[in-house]
Write a protein that binds this ligand. Structure first.
Ligand code: NI
Length: 266
């Protein structure tokens, strides 16, 4: 009898825990396009815990971006030819960044993706073949994201913690179906368009505390702009954090950043 009673108590406890988790999940807004994100104290992205690098001693706590100047530098479309050199630069400046990877390129350069995770950077999903998701069916869009997630997991042992749709556009239905947040940007350096080191450096002057900055590690001009951008922002007292560290605890179903381009598609 005693055993029966304690079993049923345990069962009731478990049921309430499950119910609580369920309710917490339902409470999160699912379709809001939230550009006015708040800043937070970054929890490490969950990739860190699942990755092979987790065996290393824990990284120092992320800065509290409500109290100090933070910027989230983000690099799309890799891994590519210039990524390893960029990783070295970031490391020299004690900078964490976020890489939005294309599945096809992860399959070409699995070792680079692994190095990004090992260095403590955050990894986002940028689809498998960089198509405009608004021109695909829901199923095709989900396939683009799933194939990329699988490639990233296979290469790094960790799952991507964010999605950034190509061109910053994603159908509402697909966004709702995601189990990770959408990360857009608040400053577009237009590096993809100008392919010009000086113009990219100049565009980075628009960065303010809390900016999510769009760049691409597949262009030589971007790599060549980075030493000055990192040095200038560092001299202004910026901390270089991942997107999840910047906003604290990003929620699935929400898009962070406006994702606007100062002119044109990109
Ligand atoms: Ni892209």
């Amino acid at each position: 009898m005693v055993i029966m009673a304690s079993r049923s108590t345990a069962f009731r406890f478990l049921t309430s825990v499950v119910l609580l988790f369920f309710l917490a999940g339902c409470g999160a807004p699912l379709s809001e396009h939230w550009s006015g994100y708040r800043l937070g104290q970054g929890a490490e992205p969950s990739t860190a815990a699942d990755s092979p690098a987790a065996a290393k001693p824990p990284a120092p706590a992320a800065p509290d971006c409500r109290k100090v100047k933070c910027v989230a530098l983000t690099f799309d479309d890799g891994p590519g030819t210039y990524t390893e050199a960029l990783l070295k630069l970031l490391d020299e400046h004690n900078a964490k960044a976020t890489f939005f990877l294309i599945g096809k390129n992860v399959e070409k350069h699995p070792g680079i993706a692994r190095d990004e995770v090992a260095a403590g950077h955050e990894i986002g999903n940028h689809t498998y073949s960089h198509q405009d998701l608004t021109e695909l069916s829901l199923a095709a869009g989900q396939r683009e994201l799933r194939k990329t997630e699988e490639a990233i997991k296979k290469a790094t042992g960790a799952a991507p913690t964010l999605v950034r749709p190509p061109y910053g556009v994603i159908p509402k239905g697909l966004k709702k179906s995601l189990d990770v947040p959408v990360a857009l940007w608040s400053v577009d350096t237009l590096d993809w368009k100008t392919r010009d080191t000086k113009k990219t450096t100049k565009a980075a002057e628009k960065i303010v505390p809390g900016s999510i900055v769009l760049m691409h590690d597949i262009h030589k001009s971007t790599l060549e702009a980075m030493p000055k951008i990192l040095a200038d922002l560092g001299a202004q007292g910026y901390h270089f954090v991942t997107v999840s560290q910047l906003v604290g605890n990003p929620k699935p179903g929400i898009a962070y950043g406006t994702g606007r381009h100062p002119g044109g598609k990109g």
